[in-house]
Design a protein around this ligand. Structure first.
Ligand code: PLP
Ligand code: FES
Length: 511
């Protein structure tokens, strides 16, 4: 912790304004520093990483943006993209310092970050928006009797409007929660328990490839006497609409199918599911944690009744999320957290204004930058996939057409995924979801697609995001190609394959 005196802050401010006085970014640097200056008198504030980050990133952005404009014709916004400006060979040299560059916040040398489905780094613009609510603007947004409450309430309502705007909802339909896990629990248990009280409906439909928090909510409801159908998926990871229709019964109260899968990125046919559910008068919940802010989402077009959103998947803070709850036709849910009756009585507890302002600003930026980010991420994804699939015996998991390009899941046959992850220590990757990454079990999602244990074990997920650069993708490609080749050369199975032996014809002796 560093104590920042007003004089020191003012000096830093002067320097900042001299350096960046003509760029729009400089305004946000100055805003951050002003927030510190006004509070510096009595509070001890750690040196603001956001300011540092903005300064670091600012100088690095331009080249990548120019290259992108030349290639795609899309005019870059004032996005905060770091760039390496180096090619893969130079980056791989120990002197290059690329691994240090790979982080937005200057935390020393760390791997290139390619695990965007686990979490995204906060956008410095989000940090800027949050800071005043961690310092001077500390009122309780539920306090109605004074200005401290009014000012935070106003900011909370603005954040609600930004989130609603991103998904085509009315602000009154947004309920703030602690994250998508809570929103999923709240939607699934909430609808189920409401219907249980009226004693009419006790059946829920979901799919086998949902996130653990959806599956676990359903398992708890099974213990409470609900009947759950876990729909299978095809080998492309998508559910079959005819199977869904056949599974709906008169006593079905809810269908819960995610929009974008967190392991393989496939996009379920949510519009069709919504239409079907509406025609059968069944509520439709979708886990939108990996979809909102990444692909266009419109709750009315999709006929969605409930949707879960997470702050830290959209370059916002961790520990905050939202649940969309439709008002017309009205969705009735039993709250899982009761108390002071905040958030329309659906989620009691004091709202955290810094986090809520953060997710609101993250949503606003996502809406504004969606087209630009999508085009950039698609271009990086195409480059990565083309390079990875040019290696022999590699295949993409999930539907190759209907998937979010920022989530690329590839199997490298005859290579053990965990060994490959160990060999790729300079790149932060994962073989599946973060919450199950400690387990050595093959992914249940890949197994549900009909993959063998070996295939599931040799899979790696590459998560590309707003701050990923072309240089990083080239580095990753080169590293993966080198190390997959190296590991295969150590493998006796690979030797047999090279000799033309069909491994399926071998009878392995049991010991
Ligand atoms: C699809 C999906 N649903 C839910 C979650 C949980 O989100 P949160 O961390 O906000 O609780 C995640 C995050 O890993 C996810 O990917
Ligand atoms: S909670 Fe994030 S991957 Fe499971």
């Amino acid at each position: 912790m560093t104590s920042i005196t007003p004089t020191a802050t003012k000096q830093a401010l002067k320097l900042c304004s001299r350096l960046f006085s003509k760029t729009p970014k400089s305004r946000s640097i100055i805003r951050t520093s002003n927030a510190l200056a006004s509070n510096g008198r009595r509070s001890y504030v750690s040196e603001t990483k956001a300011t540092q980050a903005t300064v670091n990133v600012e100088s690095a952005i331009k080249a990548d943006q120019r290259a992108f404009l030349q290639k795609t014709g899309v005019k870059p916004k004032d996005a905060t993209m770091p760039t390496t400006g180096m090619d893969a060979d130079v980056m791989m040299s120990p002197q290059a310092g690329i691994l240090k560059q790979a982080t937005i916040m200057d935390e020393g040398s760390r791997p290139i970050y390619l695990d965007m489905q686990a979490t995204t780094p906060m956008d410095p613009r989000v940090v800027d928006a949050m800071l005043p609510f961690m310092t001077g603007l500390y009122g309780n947004p539920h306090s109605r009797t004074h200005a401290y409450g009014w000012e935070t309430e106003k900011a909370v309502e603005q954040a609600r409007a930004h989130l609603a705007d991103l998904i085509g909802a009315d602000p009154k339909e947004i309920i703030f929660t602690s994250g998508a896990t809570e929103s999923n629990n709240m939607s699934i248990k909430g609808v189920a328990r409401f219907f249980k009280r009226s004693g009419t409906k006790n059946h829920i439909i979901t799919s086998q490839t949902e996130h653990k928090c959806v599956l676990d909510s359903c398992r708890h409801l099974q213990d409470e006497g609900f009947d759950i159908t876990y729909l299978p998926v095809g080998n492309n990871g998508l559910i079959d609409m005819a199977e869904l229709e056949a599974a709906i019964r008169p006593e079905t109260c809810l269908v819960s199918i995610m929009t974008v899968n967190n392991e393989i990125g496939v996009i379920q046919p949510v519009e069709e599911i919504g239409r079907l559910c509406r025609s059968k008068k069944v509520f439709f919940h979708t886990d939108g944690a990996q979809a909102v802010g990444k692909i266009p989402v419109d709750v009315n077009k999709m006929n969605v009744d409930l949707m879960s959103i997470s702050g830290h998947k959209i370059y916002g803070p961790k520990g905050v999320g939202a649940c969309y709850v439709r008002r017309r036709p009205r969705v009735r849910i039993d709250p899982i957290i009761t108390g002071g009756g905040q958030e329309r009585g659906l989620r009691s507890g004091t709202i955290a204004p810094p986090l809520v302002v953060g997710i609101g600003e993250a949503a606003r930026i996502c809406k504004e930058d969606l087209e630009y980010d999508s085009k950039r991420i698609k271009a990086l994804s195409d480059r990565l996939l083309k390079g990875l699939l040019s290696l022999e015996h590699t295949s993409q998991n999930g539907d190759p057409e209907r998937f979010y390009p920022g989530c690329v899941n590839v199997s490298f046959a005859y290579v053990e995924g965990e060994s490959l992850l160990m060999a790729l220590k300079d790149i932060a990757l994962s073989s599946g979801s973060a919450c199950t990454s400690a387990s050595l079990e093959p992914s249940y999602v890949l197994r549900a697609l009909g993959n063998s244990d070996e295939n599931a074990h040799s899979s790696i997920r590459f998560g590309i995001g707003r701050f990923t650069t072309e240089g990083e993708i080239d580095y990753v490609l080169k590293a993966v190609q080198e190390r997959v080749t190296f590991l295969r050369e150590l493998s006796p199975l690979w030797e047999l394959v090279q000799e033309g032996v069909d491994l399926n014809t071998i009878e392995w002796s049991q010991h």
